[in-house]
Design a binder for this molecule. Structure first.
Ligand code: HEC
Length: 172
């Protein structure tokens, strides 16, 4: 019994310490990733919520429903996806054959378009981690998600508020 209590105490201490150790870094990466998500115009095609949909980039796939692994997402961001509207973000992506083993010549008319901005490898990782942490497998976009993106009380999010109508008769 005493042993178990001490064990639980240690576990709680350890969990607390590791949460503290991880948090600031995680927050920084999330913030940077979100900035890149906007700056590189992921938001233009996949939308703030990542569900994508029709637009000038064609049908951008839902990042919320994506089954890709972290490495696969990184590859898609670096290299784009040949023959689709998903642009590449690595400078000189097809100069050699580091993208799917394809050179510019080999990829030919399926050459993906160039991203709005090129991204450094660390930036590609940051935006990938943002996609994984804030969009992937997160279900339908909610009011809370919307506020997290646009800021507390953002008017753009009101549409999500009514969608999640309160049964107790909302105050607005
Ligand atoms: C010009 C529009 C456009 C922009 C900008 C864009 N995408 Fe895409 N993206 C697409 C389209 C279209 C697809 C679907 C490709 C296909 O059909 O396989 C896609 C696919 C993806 C996929 C693969 C999803 C899967 O499950 O296969 C990921 C991940 C992705 N985009 C992330 C991003 C991120 C992150 C950014 C910003 C750095 C971004 N995209 C910018 C249009 C865009």
């Amino acid at each position: 019994m005493r042993r178990a209590l001490i064990g639980a105490g240690l576990l709680a201490m350890w969990a607390g310490a590791s949460a503290l150790a991880q948090d600031p870094g995680a927050r920084r990466v999330a913030g940077e990733g979100k900035q890149i998500y906007q700056r590189a115009n992921c938001v233009g095609c996949h939308k703030w919520h990542g569900d994508g949909g029709g637009g000038y980039g064609g049908d951008a796939l839902s990042l919320r429903k994506s089954e890709l692994t972290r490495d696969q997402i990184i590859e898609v961001l670096r290299c784009g996806r040949p023959g689709t509207g998903m642009p590449y973000h690595l400078r000189g992506a097809y100069d050699g054959d580091e993208c799917y083993g394809l050179t510019r010549e080999a990829v030919g008319k399926d050459m993906p378009i160039e991203g709005k901005t090129f991204l450094r490898p660390s930036e590609i990782e940051a935006v990938t981690d943002y996609v994984i942490a804030s969009l992937q497998h997160r279900g339908e976009p909610s009011y809370t998600d919307c506020e997290a993106f646009f800021g507390a009380g953002a008017r753009t999010c009101n549409v999500y508020k009514t969608a999640a109508a309160t049964p107790s008769g909302g105050t607005e």
